[in-house]
Design a protein around this ligand. Structure first.
Ligand SMILES: [Zn+2]
Length: 340
């Protein structure tokens, strides 16, 4: 009953006092009247205000980032739809059995529930792409193939109004299968890209487990590698991720591509990577772990081929995060062997 939980109690009391003073309802009927008032005031209608201090939208309506109840993509899309005050894309659940009960042994020597910032294998460059798949991702896969390069995709299940990744009426599921078959690594960037430090522990768990079920619906299993949205994951969050059996991957080169998504500014991102690879101060062959986003046109159509050329020229190999950490591919996923 989330609308009762989030309903501001002051409003109920005020309405109740107004009712009782005008109609002089006997004390014995006040309880019943009170629950009616709660129902009426707690379910906010289409187009009306919602959110903190106001309340919860009517059934099937989303509470937009600006605090209005509605049902358009702008109202409902993750991560900004207010999931505590209405339904949101983020509140959807993938079909099929939950992955929650699948065993999560900590295999291999890459740590679980601890921040990983750098690679291990000399002369490896792990390029990572967050927030997709998206309209440009298919072209990105073509570019990676042309360079015989492997990358890691930190995938979000339902963000930015793209629909669920496991809705095969959309192109995302097939794209993720293509990544997997092409030797790229599939990793989790949570279900709907919420800040894991600002939601409840059970919402946090949901953010991982729902994305697992969606990826299981596409690949038959789910990843052991993840990256927290906004790079935010405090000690409680890390403890939860250890329990869920995740490697928590950050980066040591930030391309800042999301700030530079135009043909001129993207040069700044190119320089960041170029400088790192040509820096005579760093030990020879020092491995790199870089972050970008395949949802930006300049990243896909300009920055990536530049990076891959520089990586090759420097005698490096473009590999997955698992490979740059010397972690065998068998350790990157947990398979769901249950019959549904
Ligand atoms: Zn992200």
């Amino acid at each position: 009953m989330p609308f009762l939980l989030h309903h501001p109690p002051g409003l109920v009391l005020e309405s109740l006092q107004r009712e009782t003073s005008t109609k002089r309802i006997p004390a014995s009927e006040i309880a019943e009247e009170s629950s009616n008032v709660q129902l009426v005031t707690a379910r906010i209608r289409f187009g009306e205000r919602c959110g903190p201090d106001v309340g919860y939208c009517d059934e099937d309506l989303c509470c937009s980032p600006a605090g209005y109840c509605g049902n358009t993509t702008a109202h409902c899309q993750a991560p900004d739809c207010q999931l505590d005050y209405g339904s949101c894309d983020a509140n959807k659940t993938p079909q099929g059995l939950s992955t929650e009960d699948i065993p999560r042994p900590h295999v291999g020597y890459v740590p679980y529930g601890q921040e990983v910032y750098s690679c291990q294998a000399p002369y490896t460059f792990a390029m990572t792409f967050d927030d997709g798949p998206n309209q440009y991702t298919s072209d990105l896969l073509d570019i990676l193939e042309a360079f015989n390069a492997k990358a890691t995709f930190f995938i979000t299940g339902v963000n930015s109004g793209k629909g669920q990744i496991d809705d095969f009426g959309r192109p995302w599921g097939k794209l993720i299968q293509r990544m997997h078959h092409g030797g790229h690594q599939i990793a989790s960037h949570t279900w709907s890209h919420q800040d894991l430090n600002t939601i409840t522990p059970s919402q946090r768990r949901d953010q991982l487990v729902k994305n697992e079920a969606a990826l299981r619906n596409i690949l038959g299993g789910f990843p052991t590698y993840m990256r927290p949205p906004y790079s935010n994951c405090d000690d409680d969050c890390l403890d939860d991720l250890a329990e869920l059996g995740y490697h928590v991957i950050f980066f040591n080169i930030d391309t800042n591509d999301y700030k530079n998504d135009n043909p001129e500014a993207i040069q700044l991102s190119k320089d960041t990577v170029g400088d790192a690879l040509s820096n005579s101060q760093v030990p020879l062959g020092r491995p790199f772990l870089a972050i970008g986003h395949d949802i930006h046109a300049q990243t896909v159509y300009n920055l990536t081929s530049y990076i891959l050329r520089r990586v090759q020229d420097a005698g490096y190999r473009a590999v997955t995060v698992g490979e740059c950490l010397n972690d065998p591919r068998d350790n990157w996923y947990r398979w769901d062997y249950r019959t549904q």
